[in-house]
Ligand binder design. Structure first.
Ligand code: DQA
Length: 164
């Protein structure tokens, strides 16, 4: 019996969409003591390398606009036919019911990613609106959080019991 989700063919290469939100284009120079010196381009390059090793496809995008994140999540099951999501919503983590709703609406498994550990920072970062829509969360490992999240989502999608 297949253990894949109902709509993922065992023959098709898994497709993962990785989204980063506001101010993450500034990685490299943004508060390096908190976020490290790696740029988002560096992280995306590492992600593509790991995706190749895992034999999956990854598409990585960044935007400062909440609506753009909503559009990308909303079309992820049609236009890109993705199988899973990684999202670092940046500050929208702590404010956005709309991102929670979008992830719930498409029904794709999603991992929440953070470079820093929001729970060890200011009190306002301790609440995530996005977390309840996600299968898991990786935080606190700098750019490596993205790679760990990729490992997690790929294992999750590959092992998820068939729905229905
Ligand atoms: C962040 C943590 C958020 O609290 C913050 O607003 C960010 C980055 C992280 O990756 O550590 O912009 O998502």
């Amino acid at each position: 019996m297949s253990r894949r989700p109902g709509n993922v063919s065992p023959l098709r290469t898994l497709r993962i969409l990785c989204l980063s939100g506001p101010n993450l284009q500034l990685l490299g120079t943004r508060e390096p003591a908190v976020y490290g010196r790696e740029t988002l381009a560096d992280i995306h390059e590492r992600l593509h390398g790991r995706a190749e090793e895992l034999r999956v496809t990854i598409e990585a995008r960044q935007t400062n606009h909440e609506g753009m994140l909503l559009d990308w999540i909303g079309e992820s099951i049609s236009v890109g036919r993705f199988d899973g999501l990684l999202i670092n919503p940046g500050a929208y983590t702590h404010t956005s019911v709309a991102i929670y709703d979008a992830i719930k609406a498409v029904g794709l498994p999603c991992v929440e990613v953070h470079l820093s550990n929001p729970d060890a920072r200011e009190a306002f970062r301790r609440h995530s609106y996005v977390a309840p829509a996600c299968v898991g969360r990786i935080a606190g490992f700098g750019g490596t959080s993205y790679l760990l999240a990729l490992e997690g989502i790929v294992a999750h999608v590959r092992n998820a019991p068939r729905s229905g």
